[in-house]
Design a protein around this ligand. Structure first.
Ligand SMILES: Cc1cc2nc3c(=O)[nH]c(=O)nc-3n(C[C@H](O)[C@H](O)[C@H](O)COP(=O)(O)O)c2cc1C
Length: 325
């Protein structure tokens, strides 16, 4: 299936794996790229630019296909060494970067000069237009359903994607709630040139996370996510658990007085405990509503092949039937 995204990124299928903290390691990125999609290493999971350089080299040993690196620009006080990470990406010969969070404008010239394609992930049409204006090559449009940070506008993909299609000139990926061939065909129908998936890729054989995480996603329904940190305007969609319910109780009790420090035990440094140790109640971790559509833990290749076969089947049979004279 050729789309503007497959052509731009040099990949076989229009399926991208979004950056995921403590999930997007070389193993998963390589598996997605080897299966014909675009795998993405999560930059900031590597504590230093030197470690990111090693992770890029490790991924290159596992695949000769293109893969990307996610750089999340956090609203933190003590900023990570972004110039160092960018240097590691350029020197590592990476050809695609997924940016997210704050505006990536400052770093675009260096990336573009190195011939790197930049896909900015955003949750609002106005931010997508801004990304286009500053020279990003594509955007990922992340709807309200998405795992992670859906922004503060709460616009679901059935509205957000056609809105993006109406105004954008650059191609875009539909992100948030994507799980199968139906998602891909619907995304294409709404004007996207491919899909970006997060949660679905965690429940795969190759995802380098504890089996408890995969089991929790398979067990969860679409009703099991919660929005946390809304009072801090840093909303995150997470899978509910004891820590999340405690966090929400604090938000209710403290109201407008809530500060980030109040919820540190539930959110700070919890990812290794969950993703590596499998201690599922250790804190709040991102998960999309799409968990309700995830019922198995296939290999990445089986998942991608299944999505593509289902998409072709829907287009060629179900949709063709409605189009018959
Ligand atoms: C566990 C987890 C961690 C994530 N970490 C990041 C991150 O560090 N940076 C980022 O840009 N997006 C992050 N995301 C968002 C994904 O890249 C993607 O946009 C999102 O999962 C899409 O929604 P879906 O889960 O419904 O597929 C994360 C998502 C999950 C589920």
């Amino acid at each position: 299936m050729k789309t503007q995204i497959t052509e731009m990124l040099g990949i076989e299928h229009p399926i991208v794996q979004g950056g995921m903290h403590f999930v997007g390691l070389a193993e998963l990125a390589a598996a997605v790229s080897n299966a014909g999609g675009l795998g993405v290493i999560t930059g900031l999971t590597q504590r230093t630019p030197e470690l990111l350089a090693k992770e890029i080299a490790r991924c290159r040993e596992m695949t000769d296909k293109p893969f990307g690196v996610n750089l999340t620009f956090l609203p933190t006080v003590s900023s990570p060494d972004y110039p160092g990470y960018i240097k590691a990406i350029i020197e590592g010969g990476v050809k695609v970067v997924e940016t997210a969070g704050n505006n990536p404008q400052k770093y675009l010239p260096a990336l573009k000069e190195a011939g790197i394609k930049v896909i900015h992930k955003c949750t609002a049409v106005r931010h997508a237009l801004k990304a286009e204006a500053i020279g990003c090559d594509a955007v990922s449009v992340d709807g309200f359903e998405c795992g992670g940070h859906p922004g503060e506008d709460d616009v679901p993909n059935f509205i957000l994607l056609p809105r993006a299609a109406d105004v954008l000139k650059i191609p875009f990926l539909a992100s948030g709630g994507m799980a199968d061939g139906r998602s891909l065909v619907a995304a294409l129908a709404m004007g996207a040139d491919g899909i970006n998936m997060g949660t679905r890729f965690i429940a795969t054989q190759e995802a380098p996370v504890h089996a408890n995480v995969k089991a929790a996603i398979v067990a969860a329904s679409e009703l099991d996510t919660r929005l946390v940190m809304r009072p801090l305007r840093n909303t995150e969609r997470v899978l509910t658990n004891q820590a999340v319910e405690r966090l929400l109780e604090k938000e209710k009790t403290l109201g407008a007085n809530l500060k980030f420090e109040d919820i540190l035990p539930e959110v700070a440094g919890v990812y290794p405990k969950i993703m590596q140790d499998g201690t599922m109640d250790a804190g709040a971790w991102s998960c999309g509503m799409v968990a309700g559509l995830i019922h198995d833990v296939p290999t990445v290749k089986d998942l991608i092949d299944r999505i593509m076969a289902e998409a072709h089947d829907i287009i060629g049979k179900r949709l063709a039937r409605f189009d018959a004279a």
